[in-house]
Design a protein around this ligand. Structure first.
Ligand code: 26W
Length: 787
């Protein structure tokens, strides 16, 4: 890096006629961003040329949840400290960049995973580029008003975007039945750590081919004059805020096809420039990873584009199948995409026709393999009016992978059982990971310093297995140091919460944290119920040794998900009760922080003592928040689900607090009959807790238990026409959960023993680096080179 400050001075002068110290935060952000982009330009060009000369891979994803880029980029370039000091000399606090929005082009786990994978690929020199959509509005911002979620549009581009380069010259067109639009690429540099390698995230923005219709304008039809522009721009206007619920909306289908088609045209243009029109070696040069089924139209689109180049269907399909692989991220039936044939015909008829050809080919192949009628019926890609995207992806790709061991086993034994029987060699597990650059190095410099001291270098930044040396550093002094760091992070979080939400959090309490999207299967409600049970016990003097605890919740609910919103309201009502009750307020505090996002997560995961991971066994594919907490030394209070199982395996189950039914238990209950109402009758404590939904303890919208809380209660005890009572087995797991939580609370009092558990979590978090995960993808799925 040359002389950053000199260059910043010049840029400030040229762009704003100001001195650096006179710039507003947003001007400084743009100016510094510009300087950094100038600095990395030569390496970026070199990396692009290198990738272009070798076999390479692409990550197709409808979501990339990148978070704030400034600190991360400076950090990966190794100049964050230097820039911090230089700005300080000018009287500027580097924290000013916290005023700049983070790029929230994703909902939750799936989008953040994509961002971690890009980071790891850049660092490990894996030739992997991302393709997605440049949404004008990312995930909504959340306010909590009177306990209710209010959504606000996320206009993240209002601060401009210094990290993206618009590449007008590489725009392509994408056609739907009723519309043709221009796809304009914006390239974001993905900067590796301790390497010169820089990868690219290419995001497509939809624009009109013709911006303005003068004939309409002259006829005073002003709306029609700009209709084409509006219709085109609508395609990349907004990220769908659903996480784990499929909705068959035309615009969503258009978004998916839009970025798949544009990206494939881009890849094929590059291939053509090298090899001309003989596309027979396409699959030898390119691998495409489909991040869930959202980009599955990539398969028929690749077939279509290859046919346009003169190839026959069979050969084109073979190439598409060799090029693409599919990652599944959920087994929840409501999340599985099933597009209606009618809708597809209405929007992308040629793609639907190709899917029909693929579906027929599949059935023929199964017949040839001697698969009987009954089994073949279960494997129909098109079933009646529904196109099953997971089946299409499984059939039309090379590999299928789950995202944690248990999840992959469930795919093989359950969701994709028939496919596993016919194509066992396609199934792989790739346990998720997180990048230690953002989720330790950047967000926890204090713990990083301790680790660097013990490891003897900061090599753990690019090889997280190095953390294991901490297994031999469990002496009292080190534990004490760790505990002090945690205490400091709690003070910092308390200050941040005060600034963001206005709450007075006491840092001298246990921080018990549950942050993630709000969904019934994640069971924030079981956490809420356990707090009510503990509240009643404390009031009755039954928990004399309880260590004061602050329960922190953060979660966005999909705007149309009424029950999730009712759960937010319920948690805030609990907060009002226990935080103000003189009997409990010194022992229990509950806070629902607003607008949980990547930037908030960076402050929260480092300060937690206890990480809440309470999903019903079998339903959380992996979880990645659980890994962030582990890496920063929190114990997991969680179920036998997703990656929790592997976390407990690595750190030792005695260093976590695992509770509740396992998948086998849940399966047995389902078979033998599960009667939550019966359980409540046998257990007056549970009944009392659950009845707080309806007995007037709380006020839901002035209805005193007659509003949305009654519906929650009804769903638990009586069920609904679409679900059995207590579909997520909360009542089943609640007693064990309460006791496990109380045990963790008691253990915390022994600061040395508890600190040791926390440190053992850090020491054994090496497996959960996204570097490990991306190298597995590179070696076993994409077969591409790396460092
Ligand atoms: C079509 C609506 C929709 C939108 C998003 C359906 C499904 C999704 C995602 C697949 C949901 C998701 O983010 N799944 C999460 O993926 C993470 C990364 O693998 C896992 O860690 C989480 O367990 C899983 O819930």
């Amino acid at each position: 890096m040359g002389n950053i400050m000199e260059k910043l001075e010049i840029t400030a002068q040229e762009a704003y006629c100001k001195k650096v110290e006179e710039l507003t935060p947003s001007e400084l952000h743009l100016a510094l961003g510009k300087v950094v982009m100038g600095e990395i330009a030569p390496n970026w060009a070199k990396s692009k040329a290198k990738h272009n000369s070798e076999r390479r891979a692409y990550y197709f994803s409808a979501e990339f949840l990148m978070g704030r880029m400034m600190y991360n980029n400076l950090y990966c370039l190794g100049i964050l400290d230097e820039v911090t000091k230089l700005l300080k000399k000018k009287g500027i606090d580097i924290n000013v960049f916290e005023e700049i929005d983070d790029a929230a082009l994703g909902n939750g786990g799936l989008g953040r995973l994509a961002a971690c994978y890009l980071d790891s690929a850049a660092t490990q020199e894996v030739p992997l580029d991302g393709y997605g959509i440049r949404y004008k509005y990312g995930l909504f911002k959340q306010l909590i008003k009177d306990g209710y979620q209010v959504e606000i549009a996320d206009n993240w581009q209002r601060f401009k975007d210094p990290w993206c380069v618009r590449r007008e010259d590489e725009a392509v067109t994408v056609s739907f039945k009723d519309q043709t639009v221009k796809a304009v690429p914006y390239d974001m540099a993905v900067i590796g750590c301790k390497t010169d390698n820089i990868n690219t995230l290419r995001l497509w923005q939809a624009e009109a081919v013709n911006e303005f219709d003068f004939t309409a304008f002259n006829n005073t039809e002003y709306d029609r004059a700009v209709k084409e522009k509006n219709d085109a721009e609508n395609i990349s206007k907004v990220l769908y805020p659903n996480d784990n619920k499929y909705e068959g909306k035309v615009l969503r289908l258009k978004q998916q096809y839009f970025f798949c088609s544009a990206s494939l045209q881009d890849i094929m243009r590059r291939y053509k420039a090298k090899h001309g029109t003989d596309f027979s070696h396409f699959a030898e040069e390119n691998a495409i990873q489909l991040n869930d089924t959202h980009p599955v139209s990539c398969v028929p689109e690749l077939v279509r584009l290859l046919q346009l180049e003169g190839m026959g269907f069979d050969e084109a399909f073979e190439i598409a199948r060799k090029t693409c692989s599919y990652t599944n991220h959920t087994v929840l039936s409501e999340a599985l995409e099933k597009w209606s044939a009618d809708l597809m015909t209405q929007v992308i008829p040629e793609i639907y026709d190709i899917i029909c050809l693929i579906a027929n080919k599949c059935q023929e192949e199964l017949i040839a393999k001697g698969i009987n009628n009954e089994m073949r019926a279960k494997m129909r890609i098109i079933d009646g009016n529904a196109v099953h995207m997971a089946r299409l992806a499984t059939y039309a790709g090379t590999y299928v992978n789950g995202v944690a061991q248990l999840h992959t086993e469930i795919l093989k034994a359950d969701l994709l059982k028939e496919w596993y029987q016919v194509y066992p060699e396609r199934f792989l597990n790739k346990t998720n990971g997180i990048t230690q650059r953002r989720w330790l190095g950047l967000c926890n410099p204090e713990l990083s310093e301790l680790i660097t001291d013990k490891v003897g270098s900061d090599d753990w930044l690019i090889d997280l297995s190095k953390l294991s040396v901490l297994n031999d550093c469990l002496d009292a002094r080190t534990i004490n140091k760790f505990n002090k760091i945690k205490a400091k992070k709690k003070v910092q979080l308390a200050e941040y919460i005060k600034k963001m939400d206005g709450f007075d959090v006491n840092p001298d309490t246990i921080f018990d944290v549950q942050v993630k999207r709000l969904h019934e299967y994640k069971r924030q409600l079981i956490n809420a119920f356990s707090i009510m049970a503990i509240y009643f016990r404390i009031k009755e003097g039954k928990l004399p040794n309880w260590t004061p605890t602050t329960f922190i919740f953060g979660a966005k609910a999909a705007p149309g998900y009424a029950r999730a919103k009712a759960i937010i309201k319920y948690i805030t009502e609990i907060a009002n009760l226990v935080n103000n009750d003189p009997d409990t307020k010194d022992k229990l505090q509950v806070y629902f922080i607003s607008n949980y996002n990547v930037s908030y997560a960076e402050k929260i995961v480092v300060a937690a003592d206890i990480s809440e991971q309470t999903s019903t066994a079998g339903l959380e594919a992996s979880g990645t928040g659980n890994m962030k907490f582990m890496l920063n030394g929190a114990v997991t209070l969680g179920t036998w689900d997703g990656a929790n199982i592997e976390i407990a395996e690595c750190a030792g189950v005695e260093n976590e607090y695992i509770f509740g039914a396992r998948v086998e238990d849940i399966d047995r209950l389902k078979k033998e009959g599960y009667n939550p109402a019966g359980l409540l009758e046998q257990n007056p404590e549970l009944k009392r807790v659950i009845n707080t939904l309806i007995d007037g303890t709380f006020d839901d919208d002035g209805a005193q238990g007659e509003g949305s809380f009654r519906e929650l209660h009804h769903a638990l005890t009586k069920g609904t026409h679409w679900h059995d009572p207590d579909h997520y087995f909360l009542i089943q797991d609640l007693p064990d959960y309460i006791e496990t939580k109380i045990r963790a609370n008691a253990d915390y009092a022994d600061r040395k023993e508890f600190g040791k558990k926390c440190l053992l979590n850090v020491a054994n978090a090496g497996k959960f680096s996204s570097d490990r995960a991306i190298l597995e993808y590179a070696n076993e799925i994409w077969h591409v080179s790396h460092k």
